[in-house]
Design a protein around this ligand. Structure first.
Ligand code: G1P
Length: 301
């Protein structure tokens, strides 16, 4: 019997520089895909996978995230007065239960590994999930649920991976694949943001992890890696010496909302999947594509 994964860590301290000026005063995790903030997608995915404790590693300017996961009595009162019972019920069901959230701060932007390390005391000595809210998915069941299924079979550490074009690997952590089927295979190595020629495969780490608590000590000892930052991938590579890592090539599609194109694409795809707006939105898209070619500059700044 493996120890159940109850806690999830959400690193939300990043500065969001790729989305300035939108993210000057507002956390990037609150950018909406249709009408739900990015962070809500990660929370929904974690709840579906059975997570009961939601640990946020925040930074300056991130107080709104804490407010988002709190009751809003004035708003709820007004919705009630206006008979908007559906909207009210939806707001309430989006919330973790009382006492299920914890918040800590990463005081300096020293890297993803360091952000995770900041959560060590809140996680304690248990296995935990790590979800990077920039990545959201269309998948059934959710990606973390698929990983928990693999974890319950194999224990150890689990990483969600996906294939990308070989020339895109340098933006991600990349794993080396060993034996086993797509749902759960051995990971035999990993490297953060390799040069294309040095990448062990085109399987990238998709921002979802299940990790054993021994990772924290390894992060503490970890020198700076790619980009001069303390990298979780380097600490995982060290943990691989003593513990197993399983890759899950999940069923579904990811949207890297850390990039403008990924974010805009997510908005289109999630909107077209929403019964209340899909057909109206599709009509508008058709009108737009009829008017193509629009003048476009295809460089993403
Ligand atoms: C982080 C991880 C990387 C992973 C990526 C997924 O990189 O370090 O291994 O592939 O998230 O989005 P970042 O996007 O923070 O540079």
């Amino acid at each position: 019997m493996v120890k159940r994964v109850r806690t999830a860590v959400f690193p939300v301290a990043g500065l969001g520089t790729r989305f300035l000026p939108a993210t000057k005063a507002m956390p990037k995790e609150m950018l909406p895909v249709v009408d739900r903030p990015l962070i809500q997608y990660a929370i929904d995915e974690a709840r579906e996978a059975g997570i009961e404790h939601f640990v946020f590693v925040t930074g300056r300017n991130k107080g709104v995230i804490e407010d988002h996961f709190d009751r809003q009595f004035e708003l709820e009162f007004t919705l009630e007065q206006r008979g908007k019972t559906r909207a009210l019920a939806d707001l309430r069901s989006d919330l973790p239960r009382p006492g299920q959230t914890s918040f800590t701060r990463q005081q300096e932007p020293l890297g993803l590994g360091h952000a995770v390390w900041c959560a060590r005391d809140l996680v304690g000595g248990e296995p935990f999930a790590l979800l990077l809210p920039d990545m959201i998915f269309k998948s059934e069941p959710g990606v973390l649920k698929q990983m928990v299924d693999a974890y319950e079979q194999r224990g150890g550490n689990v990483i969600a991976v996906e294939e990308v074009d070989p020339e895109d690997v340098s933006s991600y952590g990349v794993v080396a694949r060993g034996e086993g089927p797509d749902e759960s295979f051995d990971i035999t190595g990993m490297v953060e943001k390799p040069e294309v020629a040095e990448a062990p495969s085109n399987l990238i780490i998709s921002g979802r992890y299940i990790l054993q608590p021994e990772i924290f000590q390894l992060i503490a000892d970890q020198p700076k890696g790619a980009g001069g930052e303390i990298q979780i991938t380097d600490a995982m590579q060290a943990l691989m010496k003593n513990q197993d890592f399983t890759g899950v090539k999940y069923a579904g599609k990811s949207f890297d909302c850390g990039s403008k194109i990924g974010f805009l694409t997510a908005n289109v795809v999630f909107a077209l999947d929403r019964p209340d707006i899909a057909s109206g939105f599709m009509d508008e898209l058709k009108k737009l594509t009829g008017a193509l070619p629009l003048s476009v500059d295809d460089s993403e700044h």
